[in-house]
Ligand binder design. Structure first.
Ligand code: SAH
Ligand code: AVI
Length: 701
């Protein structure tokens, strides 16, 4: 035969014999009754698995390759896995254990004769290429040994025991962004592992070791099985129906193993958890399950310890790789492709090494827990997505400064106030006695956060111009209390403040996925993450800082980035006594002046400009006609400023004003009209008791 050498024939025969010895040894201690019983609807009677091993071997080797008729006439009807579901197999007229063993021996004798046939493979059958069909039969038998072991464990039958070895935890590893070669082209790889292909993956972090019993004890102790917000809808439905409170087989500090209660070893990888439990645990840990691609990349790079102790659930549905071709028959993989199954990787302590290759893809229903499955955690490498990298920020700043200082009157966009120091100064402004805005908005949120959570039905809070998200916590707490909170997305131009804020939010809301986006509200709304049902918040009356003519464009862009039915919460400062307004922007302590002047510091720091801050003064005015605070920096003297990074020199006349910020004030009717104009439907309006500040909740329609 061309494709299986004489040497490899002997090796194949030896492997077949070894696999068979393992199959018989596994079942040897069990009585005929134990072998014939249907122990669980989830598992076939052991004697079915046994005869099925023979049937599969006969179908592929004796019949398909050897061209012989079946050893057992009724084999197809009884032992084809697609004829009867597992829970119905106990009622079939199955061979008794002795007859099944005899069947396997007769099949095996024929297989060996086929294997020894010198003319084999002459026609170039791909099934025989490198002895593929023998590899198929061998792996199939080894896989059924594990399936039978699941049955034996579930039934609590006599068995020497066994389980995962302890793998004490040891942190996570960073896997850099870049390509991975996925799958295999080994002779005996399954169709679902092919073709070997390359994929680009973003950077991610993955734990070096699987989740242990110790970790799981904390999860149970922290109410993990009772906290709705940790579970997906489907997962919670399973938990409610099943009543699960711990992994399958757990007692009080014990784990049931082959009919015996053994003390729980804290360092052992947890096993007998289903996908839903794994996913809830990951959420509780502020992490996620790895995708199978991530798992394979880390495993092939040698970064993972404890592979082969428990199957590891991944986030991936079982689907074909690009260019997949069913071989040798669609029933091995293809008929299972789709969303129903999740991929497991790595192999368990009960998996034979010939199966547990790094590209091997196991799959099962997300509710299955009788399998020897656990998990390993992964995380995004960086919860911050930057749409405004250092280069982009610099380019945008340069363009704005060039254009703004060439205009007449000179002006600069207010977003450049917010470097780290600018954000710090804004924080100080919110504490000033004159700056009522933050306190009033907080008052409204305290009274109505629960209403907002309920009315929005949101599971995702997106905050624009988030800063430190201080007041937003009231909304987050309300969403959490309602069991709704899944995801938090905060967007800001100031990366330093955003990073700190994301870290604090992740620690305070461990069950939520927290993402930060460094971006510009005037450019990046279309790129906001779209997952979940969102409540988009734009607080603090920051909308008042947009140029009046830019406001409709901003609202329309936001509406375009949202789905119908999603909610928009907008905070606006209301028109009031000009004395109070001016005071809010001209505080006695001079903090607002420092905030204004910080804009010039940003130009000095980032563009090497030589503004002398002491020669400019902060000038806030109430513009009654346009109903806005108009804030400028006035040059006290004639002067010449250099901006080397732009190769630019600018003159200021004495008294010349640089427009730095407007802060528009609102009336309910006007802002609601603007919202409608942009495609929102106002649904609720609240003010604080004094009527200083307004909060509008609208729906994208
Ligand atoms: N929402 C907070 C912070 C308001 S301060 C509150 O209500 O208290 C305004 C925030 O918006 C700052 O954090 C600033 O960095 C950010 N910001 C200003 N202009 C922006 C723009 N064009 N794009 C994104 N963020 C912006
Ligand atoms: C962020 N924004 C709403 C503030 C405001 O009130 O317009 C910025 C600010 N400027 C000076 N003081 C506060």
């Amino acid at each position: 035969m061309s494709s299986v050498s004489t040497d490899s024939r002997a090796a194949v025969a030896a492997q077949l014999a070894e696999a068979r010895a393992a199959t018989f040894a596994l079942l040897e201690p069990l009585s005929d009754d134990e072998l014939a019983r249907q122990w669980s609807p989830l598992q076939s009677p052991l004697v079915w698995d046994l005869a099925h091993i023979g049937h599969f071997e006969d179908a592929w080797i004796g019949q398909r390759v050897g061209g012989l008729s079946p050893v057992l006439e009724e084999g197809e009807e009884l032992y084809d896995a697609f004829r009867h579901a597992r829970d119905g197999r106990g009622g079939l007229p199955l061979l008794d254990p002795a007859a099944a063993r005899d069947y396997l021996c007769r099949v095996r004798n024929r297989s060996l004769a086929v294997l020894g046939d010198e003319s084999l493979g002459a026609e170039g059958d791909p099934l025989l290429e490198d002895g593929f069909v023998f590899g198929l039969v061998l792996q199939h038998e080894r896989q059924h040994v594990e399936t039978m072991l699941q049955t034996i464990a579930l039934a609590g039958l006599l068995h020497p025991g066994g389980g995962p070895r302890p793998v004490p935890g040891s942190g996570d590893v960073l896997v850099q962004a870049g390509p991975v070669r996925l799958g295999a082209d080994d002779a005996w790889a399954y169709d679902n592992e092919r073709p070997l292909h390359e994929r680009e993956l973003a950077a991610f972090r993955i734990d070096a070791t699987p989740v242990t019993n110790r970790d799981w004890v904390s999860f149970v102790g922290d109410g993990g099985y009772r906290r709705r917000e940790l579970w997906s809808d489907e997962g919670w439905a399973w938990r409610e129906a099943d009543g699960a409170e711990a992994p399958l087989g757990w007692g009080d500090g014990t784990v049931r193993r082959f009919g015996r209660d053994e003390p729980l070893d804290p360092d052992e990888p947890v096993q007998h958890v289903c996908f839903h439990e794994a996913e809830a645990f990951a959420r509780w840990s502020g992490a996620r399950l790895p995708t199978e691609e991530e798992w394979e990349k880390a495993a092939k790079a040698g970064l993972l310890r404890g592979i082969g102790e428990v199957w590891e659930w991944t986030a991936s549905p079982f689907v074909g790789y690009p260019g997949f071709r069913a071989f040798p028959y669609p029933e091995y993989s293809e008929v299972f492709f789709g969303d129903e199954y999740r991929v497991l990787r790595g192999g368990s302590w009960a998996t034979h090494p010939s199966v547990a290759r790094l590209s091997f893809r196991n799959w099962d229903f997300p509710i299955r827990r009788q399998i020897f499955a656990g998990l390993r955690l992964a995380r995004d490498a960086d919860p911050i997505a930057s749409l405004l990298g250092p280069g982009d920020r610099r380019a945008a700043l340069e363009a704005d400064v060039r254009e703004g200082l060439a205009s007449s009157p000179k002006r600069l966009p207010p977003k450049w106030h917010y470097d780290e120091e600018g954000s710090r100064l804004f924080g100080a402004i919110t504490q000033l006695p004159e700056y009522y805005l933050t306190r009033r908005e907080r008052e409204i949120l305290e009274a109505h956060a629960a209403d907002i959570a309920a009315a929005s039905g949101a599971d995702t809070l997106v905050e624009l111009g988030a800063g430190t998200s201080e007041k937003t916590r009231l909304l987050l707490d309300a969403l959490r209390a309602a069991g709704q909170l899944r995801r938090i997305v905060v967007l800001d131009v100031d990366e330093v403040t955003l990073r700190e804020s994301v870290a604090r939010l992740a620690a305070e809301y461990p069950a939520a996925e927290v993402k930060g986006v460094v971006g510009d509200l005037e450019r990046h709304l279309a790129e906001l993450p779209r997952e979940g049902r969102r409540l988009v918040c734009f607080l603090g009356s920051s909308i008042g800082n947009f140029d009046v003519e830019h406001r409709p464009r901003f609202l329309r862009a936001l509406r375009a980035a949202m789905a119908p039915g999603e909610s928009f919460l907008l905070g606006v400062d209301l028109v009031k006594d000009p004395g109070r307004l001016v005071a809010a922007y001209d505080d006695a302590a001079g903090v607002t002046a420092r905030f204004s002047l910080n804009l010039l510091s940003v130009l000095n720091d980032e563009l090497g400009a030589d503004f002398d801050l002491s020669t400019f003064e902060h000038v806030p005015r109430w513009d009654a006609g346009r109903e806005l605070m108009d804030i400028r920096l006035r040059s006290r003297e004639p002067q010449h400023v250099r901006i080397p990074a732009l190769d630019l020199e600018v003159d200021f006349a004495e008294g010349e004003e640089l427009h730095t910020e407007i802060s528009a004030k609102f009336r309910r009717e006007r802002i609601e009209a603007e919202l409608r104009e942009a495609g929102f439907e106002p649904r609720a309006w609240w003010t604080d008791e004094a009527g200083d500040f307004g909060l509008s909740l609208s729906a994208a329609v």
